[in-house]
Ligand binder design. Structure first.
Ligand code: ZN
Ligand code: ZN
Length: 315
């Protein structure tokens, strides 16, 4: 027990990284990994979704499976989330959206419209969701007296270079390379001199590296080829999936070239990947600070970067 506590204390202590003193004091970006998985339906890594809090605002980046459960686990009310930024429209990144939108509207209740930013196709998806759930929306409005404003989606289609600014928080969308899925975005969040970059799904992307130079926190996706071998995936299929993403060696090169203060893996393909599958190959090309993300991991980017792993199991 004592050993466990000591080890945990040591771990937290080791994960405190001092940031540049030019940033404003007391301002931080808080990042919570709600889901670190991908399509396979597993309990320990829910679908991709990242909560970013800064300047009193809260945003979700992607809305994968279980995003609403995870939000509840971290005691964030859906009504307090300003909006959702989508990286791309692959289903693993959006299947949790109807649950957030409709269940979150009903309970605990939302009475303000929701902004959704995403690539071309987002408006179409949102209007079709409104059609698909038209029956429930109608019933909830008159039977449950749910707020008419709370179910409204304000969808906006954005492109490379789009900037959102409010309360000192700046969010920039940039193209990444998830060909043939185009466009696919990464996002950069700036606040109070702190910076966070989320890769979305991408191959090695020069544009991402441009946006992530010297960033405080770089959260990057990764695909470990060994996991496909272990799962018995046919070689051609495995190669094709891995080719849409980055291997740990490639991610290490990205980290070496961008020099983030901390690099964290999320969107882990396949979700069965172990630290052994990810860390040693990354170390061939990168020697800096690196963490393998897990659901409910919190990363506070302030004067220091502090990583908190969940104390209880995520499932
Ligand atoms: Zn994905
Ligand atoms: Zn994808």
């Amino acid at each position: 027990m004592l050993f466990t506590i000591l080890r945990r204390t040591l771990r937290i202590a080791l994960l405190v990284i001092t940031c540049a003193s030019t940033a404003a004091q007391g301002q931080e970006i808080k990042v919570t990994l709600l889901g670190t998985g991908c399509p396979p339906a597993v309990m320990n890594r829910f679908g991709p979704s990242i909560l970013v809090e800064a300047g009193g605002l809260k945003f979700l980046f992607d809305a994968g499976r279980g995003a609403l459960q995870r939000l509840n686990q971290v005691n964030v009310k859906w009504r307090n989330v300003q909006g959702v930024f989508l990286t791309h429209l692959h289903s693993d990144h959006v299947v949790g959206f109807p649950d957030l939108w409709l269940t979150g509207w009903l309970t605990p209740g939302r009475d303000v419209p929701l902004q959704v930013w995403g690539p071309r196709g987002t408006k179409n998806m949102m209007s079709h969701l409104e059609q698909a759930y038209e029956y429930d929306i109608r019933i909830r409005l008159y039977d449950d007296r749910a707020s008419p404003d709370g179910v409204v989606i304000l969808a906006e289609e954005i492109a490379d270079g789009f900037v959102y600014e409010k309360s000192g928080v700046k969010i920039t969308a940039f193209d990444v390379d998830h060909t043939p899925i185009k466009p696919a975005f990464g996002y950069r969040i700036d606040y109070g001199g702190r910076s966070v970059v989320l890769s979305g799904d991408t191959r090695v992307s020069e544009n991402l590296m441009r946006h992530a130079q010297g960033v405080d926190l770089l959260i990057h996706e990764v695909a470990a080829p060994e996991t496909f071998q272990r799962a018995g995936t046919p070689l051609e299929r495995a190669k094709s999936v891995v080719a849409h993403h980055v291997t740990p060696e490639q991610a290490g090169e990205v980290f070496s070239r961008t020099k983030p203060k901390l690099a964290v893996y999320s969107h882990i393909v396949l979700p069965t990947a172990t630290e052994q599958d990810l860390i040693p190959p990354t170390r061939k090309t990168y020697a800096g600070p690196l963490e393998v993300g897990e659901d409910l991991m919190v990363i506070e980017v302030g004067e220091k970067i502090v990583v908190r792993r969940p104390t209880s199991p995520s499932s």
